[in-house]
Design a binder for this molecule. Structure first.
Ligand code: GDP
Ligand code: IMO
Ligand code: MG
Length: 423
């Protein structure tokens, strides 16, 4: 009767979508609990590459129910496009995809507010995906939001109008040049809402309780990563939800004592998209090489991701906050051919060496301290077992496990479902 969690431990894009797809066969239900279409989760199988934004990554398995939980924010327009892309796969979304009535809606004006807020910040911008995430969560906590359940009420369009009018005033307040045609955006929005209404809305906390009572196996799929968490991330360069383990409890209505395994996922190096400090960032040809070989471009915005070495200070911080019980290392193949691989094991912080994650990791206060490892030349993308790995990669894995004290149970060697080595 446990709910397992799968969480990104860095700044997102660790490969959550791929792994959820790989392990879905062990679960009856896959549930998203936070974030929205700022997420881009990539799955590859049978020569097809698919990117999901709001829909859980278990959707391609017919035996699985996929739930969009109360903690998620949904943009009906993007949701509709996701459904359109799924159409060729003949998935029965009416029965396999459930939506929480308590999930909040992203309105067209939330997206405009996101753009206005970012434009007004100039150089200090967050680097938001501009999907309206921040403004939607602001309306949620400000108790002004419109929820999926409201769409079943007669007066929801009046609520919508009042909120959209208020947003328009706020957009003017920002005093920046944002071009838009609200009539067109609203037409697209209202049409998409009608498509959303064809799906099955549920009281999702009740659905989860019943599922647990009847012994169903549930996996909660995180979006973003721990260092983007609204409380524990590199604030203000974060997203607007709790991406960490506790977010699964509030985002699905499941109690802490129902959580089973906490599966933490990290890349063999680090990436970040958007603004904010990144102590191990590389500005040289090695960083460029990781970006090229790893195809490090945002799955949602197409922006190039900043690349750097693995940061164990940040990783261990994330492991502690989440109570991670097992790890998965992704994109190990991307490091093949690099002569020397570095790992940050501590920070120099105000003249001291520290191994905890401090309040600020801005470059003027934190410099990374590295340990260097010999790289490997072999192509590992066809490896099927741990013993197929070169000794240098095994030494890298051994060092990480020894340092982190949490077992690495899977090592990913390519984007395809089959390129996954279990230990
Ligand atoms: P998510 O947001 O955590 O689901 O991750 P994204 O899908 O945004 O980014 C991960 C990217 O890496 C996607 O393009 C995946 O297809 C790709 N990927 C996942 N695992 C591996 C791997 O082990 N090796 C390589 N080369 N690519 C991978
Ligand atoms: P997945 O689930 C990587 C980043 C944005 C920006 C900051 C705030 O694919 O791992 P927001 O749009 O949430 O206001 O942006 O967070 N960000 C992500 N970075 N992966 C994601 O999701 C992200 N979702 C948001 O780039 O820096
Ligand atoms: Mg992503």
């Amino acid at each position: 009767m446990a709910v397992d969690l799968l969480l990104g431990l860095q700044w997102g894009d660790e490969g959550k979508g791929k792994i959820v797809d790989v392990i879905t066969k062990q679960y009856d239900i896959i549930a998203r609990f936070q974030g929205g279409p700022n997420a881009g989760h990539t799955l590859e199988f049978n020569g097809i590459k698919h990117v999901l934004h709001t829909i859980p990554s278990g959707i391609f398995h017919t035996h699985t129910t996929n739930l969009v939980g109360n903690g998620v924010v949904i943009d009906p327009v993007i949701f509709r496009k996701e459904l359109d892309k799924l159409a060729p796969f003949k998935i029965n979304v009416k029965s396999n995809l459930l939506i929480s009535r308590k999930a909040h809606l992203i309105l067209p004006t939330h997206r405009l507010l996101d753009a206005a807020s970012e434009a007004s910040k100039g150089k200090a911008k967050i680097g938001s995906t501009l999907k309206g995430i921040g403004p939607t969560y602001m309306d949620k906590t400000g108790r002004n939001g419109i929820r999926v359940g409201d769409l079943e009420m007669d007066d929801w369009k009046e609520k919508y109008r009042a909120l959209a009018n208020k947003h328009e005033e706020m957009i003017h307040f920002f005093n920046v040049d944002i071009q838009y045609n609200l009539k067109e955006l609203e037409q697209e929005f209202f049409e998409a809402v009608e498509i959303l209404k064809e799906l099955t809305f549920v009281d999702s906390e009740n659905f989860m309780h019943e599922a647990m009572r009847s012994g169903k196996k549930i996996l909660a799929e995180g979006a973003q990563g721990s260092l983007l968490d609204i409380d524990f991330g590199t604030y203000p360069y974060v997203t607007s939800s709790n991406t960490t383990a506790a977010g699964a409890c509030t985002g699905l209505g499941v109690a802490p004592n129902t959580i089973g395994e906490v599966i933490g996922i990290f890349k063999a190096y680090t990436t970040r998209v958007g603004s904010g400090p990144f102590p191990t960032e590389l500005f040289d040809e090695v960083g460029a090489r990781i970006g090229n070989v790893g195809k490090e471009f945002g799955a949602t915005t197409g922006r190039p991701r900043r690349c750097g070495w693995l940061d164990l200070v940040g990783l261990k911080y994330a492991i502690r906050i989440n109570g991670v019980t097992q790890l998965i290392m992704m994109k190990s193949d991307v490091l093949s051919g690099i002569e020397e691989i570095k790992v940050c094991t501590a920070y120099q912080y105000k003249g001291e060496t520290i191994s905890h994650f401090p309040y600020s990791i801005e470059p003027e206060v934190v410099q990374p301290f590295y340990q260097t490892f010999k790289g490997w030349k072999a192509d590992i993308t066809a490896a099927k077992a741990y013993n197929d790995f070169p000794k240098e990669l095994k030494a890298y894995v051994d060092f990480l496990e020894e340092n982190i004290q949490v077992p690495i149970k899977m090592i990913s060697v390519g984007p395809d479902r089959t390129q996954t080595v279990f230990r």
